[in-house]
Design a protein around this ligand. Structure first.
Ligand SMILES: Cc1cc2nc3c(=O)[nH]c(=O)nc-3n(C[C@H](O)[C@H](O)[C@H](O)COP(=O)(O)OP(=O)(O)OC[C@H]3O[C@@H](n4cnc5c(N)ncnc54)[C@H](O)[C@@H]3O)c2cc1C
Ligand code: FES
Length: 347
């Protein structure tokens, strides 16, 4: 199917395979169509159909509350073309940056599933073909027998890799959550599309970096820290990570975070914020490389970062309320400009 997209600044044409979501077809063709979640919740990929028939794969998508179907509006991440179509996108759309990793469909095998806490697990996907992604990016994943895609951020960072590492927080009654947390998923085949997302870190950034993660939001931060440590970024710049969990029982990756800090103890500070309990006396002894504080992660970060906001790029990820609270601090307290704030809402 031929797709014509008329954006605010110019037009583009690309091909979409039968059943292929229009967002994924455009991104695969190197056209940077607007999106955030890629999975039907945020409404950012809204477009208007001018000609041609579409099939909506998920008419109940939460993101549909942002569209006016009676005016031909739809979500590009949920709809496929049934014939040649012409669309309007009310935003400026550009070709993908020359050095960017262009997303593509791929597949792989689930390996090394392991529980990190009572409701967080990690697993890897062994890819059929190697791929490149940038630190801080995510892919959308489809599992057998579960309708639709779910977004998960890569934890690792490696160029031309055959392995993607993920961590997943269990969502009660969630389709993939229930599938993944049942025993014996090792060896299952997964379909993926990516890499996606703009909360990316590049070593030529030339700024201090601040990461604020609510729970599983730490996934992409692990990738960013891994790349920054690999590139010895903290020889020149400061780094701060604030990792919010409810209690010590919910914390994970403390060994890996301690190792990151061990490379640059004077330049990288890592604080675990506990929202629902006082910091246990044993925490400082057990994890001497890390700091601990009681409070919501955005509050802990706000207190610790006062006066340190110059020359800074901030990364935020986690549940939407945690991200919104952190964004308020970064915009109103820190007075960072929007281009120095990158975030993923785990909606
Ligand atoms: C950019 C981004 C990165 C993320 N990274 C992580 C991460 O690293 N770790 C983590 O734990 N969580 C992450 N999340 C959150 C994670 O994607 C959700 O927790 C996950 O979707 C829950 O899936 P579920 O199947 O358990 O729940 P469900 O409630 O079954 O599904 C949730 C989502 O799946 C999609 N969906 C559901 N039904 C359908 C359908 N019929 N058709 C099409 N789509 C459907 C929708 O997007 C829906 O919102 C991220 C989210 C985003 C947006
Ligand atoms: S990108 Fe389509 S709803 Fe979020």
């Amino acid at each position: 199917m031929r797709v014509q997209v008329n954006a605010r600044n110019r037009g583009y044409q690309f091909d979409a395979a039968p059943g292929e979501k229009l967002l994924y077809a455009g991104l695969r063709a190197g056209i940077d169509l607007p999106y955030e979640c890629g999975t039907g919740t945020c409404g950012t990929c809204k477009a208007k159909a001018v000609t041609g028939r579409l099939r909506d794969g998920w008419p109940q998508a939460p993101g549909r509350k942002y569209v006016k179907p009676e005016q031909g509006e739809f979500l590009m991440c949920q709809c496929a073309a049934e014939e040649d179509v012409t669309l309007e996108v009310a935003k400026f759309v550009y070709a993908a940056d020359p050095g960017a990793c262009v997303p593509a469909a791929c597949a792989g095998t689930l390996r090394q599933a392991a529980m990190l806490t009572h409701d967080v697990m990690s697993f890897s996907v062994e890819l059929d073909q190697p791929c490149d992604f940038d630190a801080g990016q995510f892919v959308v994943v489809a599992a057998p027998g579960v309708e639709g895609y779910r977004a998960y951020s890569m934890v690792n960072f490696e160029r031309d890799t055959r392995q993607l590492d993920f961590l997943v927080k269990k969502k009660t009654d969630g389709g993939i959550s229930e599938w993944l947390f049942s025993a014996g998923r090792d060896g299952a085949r997964l379909e993926l599309f990516g890499p996606l997302g703009k909360a990316t870190f590049y070593p030529d950034l030339g700024k201090n970096i601040l990461c604020i993660a609510g729970g599983s939001g730490v996934a992409g931060m692990m990738s960013i820290l891994q790349r920054a440590v690999q590139e010895r970024y903290f020889e020149q710049h400061q780094g701060w990570l604030f990792f919010g969990v409810r209690t010590m029982r919910d914390a994970f990756y403390l060994r890996e975070l301690s190792a990151f800090r061990g490379h640059f103890p004077g330049k990288l500070a890592i604080t675990v914020a506990l929202s629902d309990e006082d910091v246990p006396g044993s925490a400082a002894n057990d994890w001497p490389a890390l700091a601990f504080a009681r409070g919501l992660v955005h509050e802990v970060a706000k207190q610790a970062m006062a006066g340190n906001y110059q020359g800074l790029r901030a990364y935020v990820a986690g549940p939407p309320p945690a991200v919104d609270a952190a964004l308020r601090v970064l915009l109103l307290e820190a007075k960072l400009t929007a281009d120095n704030i990158r975030y993923d809402k785990f909606s």
